[in-house]
Design a protein around this ligand. Sequence first.
Ligand code: ADP
Ligand code: MG
Length: 231
Amino acid sequence: MTLIRLEHVTKVYHTGEVPVTALRGITLEIGKQAFVSFIGPSGSGKTTLLNLMGVLDKPTEGNLLINGVNISSLGRAEAATFRANTLGFVFQNFNLIPVLTVYENVEYPLLLVKHVPAEERRRRILTLLEKVGMVDQKDKYPNRISGGQKQRVAVARALVTNPQVVLADEPTANLDHATAFKVIGIMHEMQKEFGTTFIFSTHDAKIVGEAEILYTLEDGVLVNQETKNRN
Ligand SMILES: Nc1ncnc2c1ncn2[C@@H]1O[C@H](COP(=O)(O)OP(=O)(O)O)[C@@H](O)[C@H]1O
Ligand SMILES: [Mg+2]
């Protein structure tokens, strides 16, 4: 079953004096419960692509459909609701909220999804903090924890709503080997248990092998697709 479909997607940034073409005609399909990785050198378009699939930005040309919905047709409020209910994010720079504790940061997305009762919220937050090894740090503020710890909190936060799709931009970049594998392990568990689709970008040679489908980007062009047989 197709979850995400890109048809000739192009992205041009007009932020500076000269327009920058970050993606050049990307066509691909990602199925449900997939474990997908995008690799490529810095500047090849990985973050841009994740932002589009995360409905944080829109293609300049071409179509991007998620569950058959063309994201270009969504207004701001609709896009926000769609994100809150369907997607989880692990951003490259974590984006933890500095005035909230570790616990409250993980709770935050659950408060945007209105139907989760308090007891269930608490259970989910503590379970995930336990899984990423951060439960004993739960009352600390982000400026009191290390980069690797922030990364783990960001992962717990992305998973707490049980999203259909988790988008992670270099999710293991700040982690040591053991923690990186633990984080990927949690992702694989969620994939099996809840059918979550994971899409991540990485530079990290040690986790590239964990992906089931590997896309390579070069200068905004999809240059290679590799499907691996796990199990
Ligand atoms: N907001 C932006 N404004 C202008 N150019 C951008 C912006 N974001 C990214 N770019 C440019 O788009 C290209 C792709 O960037 P990016 O998607 O961040 O690649 P990657 O994540 O693979 O390093 C680069 O040339 C980058 O400089
Ligand atoms: Mg990037």
